[in-house]
Design a protein around this ligand. Structure first.
Ligand code: GCB
Length: 614
């Protein structure tokens, strides 16, 4: 792929931290895998007894009391103080909080265990253990040996399994999962969502050739003028292939069967960049969510994917999709199925959430506040819904710390690598409502720089805050706006300050000639509670709020390019403790926790219908 000099320079300046894992394997569903989902045993271990001995030293690998070792009782006098068996079981994938009462508020260590059989690996094969996500810290052991550890609750990772460790039968797999919050982690101690713990996404055993394509990218070249390309019906695609290790004189192929196109490239190292022309390309858009079957292969070993092609860019105050102005009719989403009080993880969950999004007539979602599971971006690709994807750099993380910055960069990198072939993703967000200071500005800017180095085909933003002054003018002037491609702000006029009609006299001043996006606005209401509109928590208050907000949006400066109100459905939050109206729920959903649409849903839906028909 062609990288500009500027990007190369940035690459040198913004070093990407090394993680303890091997390079991430992308498109896991396009590979030969064995699912390790299902019923796992668990031990709940708040004192981390399985990890530390009584002197609080990490246990030796062979310590029989280490919980990664199989508990063996040979004779009746043997003392064994741990074990894995029913009824102590949890479903994987899934958060632990929603599965058993004992876990509802639990924050600490839990050991997961299961056994599995597999066939012997051939001479030229390698195996990996892949985790879609584990919240927050995972230590993975197979047959008593540590494969590795990973931090970060919302991104995938994988570990190579050395051949001598993997057996054909009764493999003893143990994962220590710890979801304790820490000041030096991302997110930090304080958030407004439930800290769902556990192995929350798929677990797979992946079998690949000794040398294989671990990562790839294929997209429209960002440098070409899209209007001219459309007129000429000739587009330039560019891509990159990453192998797990250097190959000896091999051949990489990229095929797009529908376009009758096959390209072969020789490869000798572990990386290859290429570009080529295609004719008659049907561009992806919300109106035409066209995906092409793509086959990547190395020496005949194939990976299948479905990839769409589109160009996203900004021009002055406009967002352009395939060269045309687009308004983002968005909605924010947490990764939850409210009816079950649990994390969402499956394709069916994604379809349920996107079903609501389509009912609303939205064309965009903000996946807040962390990378959601891959089914979300896959379904978005297939439905033609644009996506904002974010890392949990949220509120007051430790901006002073280089180590914390490295952790943020690692999560950003994992998010981008997993989803950079997802055509629906148009915006990488590097954080939410972080408080302005020189150190924070520098921290956030280096994340923006890194996002651009990892992927120069998308927009980068962050949800910022509004500055107010005495004259009642709302200022959008966070210094970070200088570096983001679109200026996004969260705004709660009429909920956290004043009443909804305060919006009528609100004035706005925007310091940047860039697209302006309202990444949040919203008010709480308990579904089914009806009263005069002045009553907080009534559906009528929330409806009033949305009416006033929309009227105000219509008066926004002309760089107003979209919104993603807060939020699609009610969601769990330990911060929300009103005994009648909240009971542990953030009630700003347009849909209640039992799936009922509140009155405000229809107000926003009407506005989006109007905008679509303009
Ligand atoms: C915000 C945050 C979001 C909260 C929301 C609220 O500004 O970005 O995470 O949940 O407000 O409901 O207060």
């Amino acid at each position: 792929m062609k990288k500009s000099f500027f990007n190369l320079l940035l690459l040198m300046i913004t070093s990407v931290p090394a993680s303890s894992q091997e390079d991430l394997i992308v498109n896991i569903d396009g590979r030969e895998t064995i699912s390790l989902n299902g019923t796992w045993n668990y031990i709940i271990d708040p004192y981390e007894t399985g990890f530390y001995n009584y002197r609080y030293k990490e246990r030796d690998e062979n310590d029989p009391e280490a919980y990664w070792n199989r508990p063996v009782v040979k004779k009746k006098t043997d003392r064994v103080e741990h074990g894995y068996q029913a009824p102590y079981t949890l479903q994987v994938p899934g958060d632990w909080n929603s599965q058993r009462d004992v876990f509802k508020y639990y924050e600490g260590s839990v050991w997961y265990q299961r056994e599995f059989d597999t066939q012997d690996l051939a001479e030229n094969e390698r195996a990996y253990l892949y985790f879609g996500a584990v919240n927050y810290e995972a230590h993975v052991y197979l047959n008593g040996k540590k494969l590795g550890s990973h931090k970060g609750g919302f991104t995938p990772f994988n570990f190579h399994i050395p051949k001598k460790i993997l057996k054909s039968e009764n493999n003893f797999l143990v994962v220590k999962v710890d979801n304790k919050r820490h000041a030096q982690e991302i997110p930090t101690l304080n958030t407004d969502w439930w800290n769902f713990g556990g192995i929350t996404r798929d677990v797979k055993l992946v079998v690949v050739p000794e040398t294989f394509i671990s990562q790839y990218e294929l997209h429209l070249s960002q440098d070409q003028n899209i209007q001219q390309a459309k007129e000429k019906e000739s587009f330039e695609l560019e891509g990159r292939i990453q192998l797990n290790r250097a190959a000896k004189q091999s051949e990489v192929r990229v095929e797009i069967p529908e376009l009758k196109l096959t390209k072969s490239f020789p490869i000798t190292g572990d990386e290859l960049s290429f570009n080529f022309e295609v004719k008659n390309l049907d561009l992806w858009s919300p109106d035409n969510p066209k995906l092409y079957d793509i086959v990547f292969s190395l020496n005949g070993n194939q990976i299948n994917d479905k990839i769409g092609f589109r160009k996203i860019e900004t021009s002055g105050k406009d967002i352009l999709l395939n060269g045309e102005n687009i308004f983002l009719r968005g909605i924010s989403i947490h990764e939850e199925i409210a009816q079950d009080k649990r994390r969402a993880y499956s394709r069916e969950d994604a379809e349920q959430l996107f079903g609501y999004v389509q009912d609303l007539n939205a064309n965009m979602v903000r996946l807040a506040h962390y990378p959601h599971n891959e089914n979300m971006t896959k379904v978005a690709d297939s439905l033609g819904i644009l996506v904002w994807s974010e890392i949990p750099v949220y509120w007051t993380i430790d901006f002073e710390s280089e180590k914390v910055l490295d952790k943020a960069k690692q999560q950003l990198k994992e998010m981008v690598i997993r989803d950079r072939n997802k055509v629906s993703v148009i915006i990488w967000s590097v954080g939410n409502e972080t408080p302005v200071s020189p150190t924070r500005n520098q921290f956030m800017k280096s994340l923006i720089d890194q996002a651009k180095v990892l992927d120069d085909t998308r927009l980068v933003s962050a949800a910022l805050e509004v500055g107010y002054n005495e004259e009642g003018i709302n200022h959008i002037d966070d210094p970070l706006g200088e570096y983001t491609d679109i200026v996004s702000v969260n705004e709660y006029l009429g909920w956290y300050g004043g009443l909804p009609d305060a919006a009528q006299s609100a004035q706005w001043e925007v310091a940047y000639n860039k697209p302006l996006f309202f990444s949040e606005t919203g008010a709480g209401a308990k579904a089914g509670y009806h009263a005069e509109k002045e009553n907080r928590w009534s559906e009528e208050y929330q409806e009033w709020f949305y009416k006033e907000q929309i009227a105000m949006m219509k008066r926004m400066p002309e760089n107003y390019s979209g919104m993603s109100p807060w939020i699609l459905t009610d969601f769990r939050s330990p911060r929300r403790n009103h005994p009648v109206y909240q009971e542990g729920w953030n009630r700003k959903g347009l849909i209640g926790n039992e799936g009922n649409k509140k009155k405000a849903f229809y107000i926003l839906q009407n506005y989006y219908n109007e905008l679509e028909n303009q």
